[in-house]
Design a protein around this ligand. Structure first.
Ligand code: PEP
Ligand code: MN
Length: 377
């Protein structure tokens, strides 16, 4: 069961204390409090875990301070939508993330030189983009390939981000101690920027890592779907993060592994954007770089990466995570799929057209629904 509190009821209020006391009398039931930032208000929920059948729904619904109580049969207790009308999301470093927001995170697959990082940040600033991707810890198929600069690059990377007004860097972590290394480097440099911790597709079911990123509240999480996992398995992995207390999660689609996707690197799964939005409260990201894997283009001159990114955005994606490099031929990881800095304005304009088309489709759907509801004369 989930109890949603009225907007004016805080955790210090008498109603809240009374409610906890009432719920405390049911043996075998544990309570967990979750707080979310909605568009217009903060939402506090009490989650009841265990044998909740004996708790009378009608009684709970009428207790002081309760807006709504729902029995959840759904597996996605924490991240599930449960019929909420309000888009729930979170604020981080002055930016808002929810199922209506839209951000482009463009940057390096792997941090290599200061010069390349600075070139990217300069271009992002010129294009009013304050969100980027920068891999310091790289999960590589071969142990002999470049593994990323790790913690050594973090201080100068964060300082450069501050210089160019970058608010959030998406950065993959491979082990729990990487979270501490990131936090220490931010402390040392005076928190010039923010970090969104990325769980890569290869760690999509690394439950210890999921618990570790869920256990801290400092950084939001960008969870990438497992390349061979079902939506259900991947959403349960997000539930691991949320059940540890961190609800600031974005779900990222990045293609799934099957040879049916050839000649692309992975098969594009962006048709699942509306599925994630329907099942959960999570904002949805699409990564067009990893499913395509190269800069090939169609006869009309549009690169496949642009095509699939636009497909994700027109399906309602809230974020695009995309790889760029000033000199792709010199990149130490994923050079073949990196877009060049000269095309950044063009890529952003493509994304803007796709977003506008999505917003028009959304308006049209609302108008059509009204027409269908209107009484026939
Ligand atoms: C990445 O985004 O840097 C990455 C390695 O992606 P994925 O985990 O989706 O393969
Ligand atoms: Mn990559």
């Amino acid at each position: 069961m989930i109890i949603i509190l009225k907007p004016d009821v805080s955790k210090d209020s008498l109603e809240f204390q009374q409610l906890l006391r009432y719920l405390g009398q049911f043996k075998g039931v544990r309570t967990q409090v979750a707080e979310y930032q909605g568009m217009t208000r903060k939402v506090i929920e009490i989650h009841l875990i265990g044998d909740t059948q004996k708790i009378p729904l009608e009684v709970v619904q009428n207790l002081p301070g309760v807006e709504k109580a729902i029995r959840v049969s759904s597996k996605y207790r924490q991240i599930g939508r449960h019929g909420e009308l309000e888009p729930i999301g979170f604020d981080y470093k002055g930016l808002h993330f929810d199922q209506n927001s839209f951000h482009v995170f463009a940057g390096l697959c792997a941090v290599d030189t200061k010069e390349n990082v600075e070139t990217i940040f300069k271009h992002l600033k010129e294009n009013d983009i304050r969100t980027t991707r920068m891999g310091a810890y790289k999960p590589r198929t071969s142990p002999y390939d470049f593994q990323g600069h790790g913690k050594n690059c973090l201080p100068w990377l964060f300082e450069l981000a501050g210089k160019y007004d970058i608010a959030v860097i998406a950065m993959e972590v491979l082990a729990p101690h990487h979270i501490d290394e990131i936090y220490e480097a931010l402390e040392k440099t005076g928190h010039p920027t923010g970090v969104m911790l990325q769980i890569g597709t290869r760690n999509a079911q690394n439950f210890e890592l999921l618990r570790a990123v869920g256990h801290q509240q400092e950084f939001p999480i960008l969870y990438k779907r497992g390349m061979g996992l079902t939506i259900e398995e991947s959403l349960n992995a997000c539930e691991y993060v949320a059940s540890e207390g961190n609800h600031n999660i974005i779900f990222c689609l990045r293609g799934v592994r099957t040879h049916l996707g050839d000649p692309h690197r992975n098969l594009v799964d962006f048709g699942h954007v509306p599925v994630i939005k329907r099942l959960t409260k999570l904002p949805v990201c699409v990564d067009p770089s990893h499913p395509i894997g190269s800069r090939v283009q169609s006869p009309e001159g549009i690169k496949d990466i642009y095509h699939v990114a636009a497909q994700g955005v027109i399906a309602g994606a809230n974020m695009v995570l995309v790889e760029f490099h000033p000199k792709p031929e010199e990149a130490l990881c994923d050079g073949p799929q990196a877009l060049t800095m000269e095309e950044l304005p063009c890529f952003l304009e493509h994304m803007q057209y796709a977003r506008e088309a999505y917003l028009k489709m959304k308006d049209l759907a609302a108008r059509c629904a009204m027409q269908q509801l209107a009484p026939k004369l």
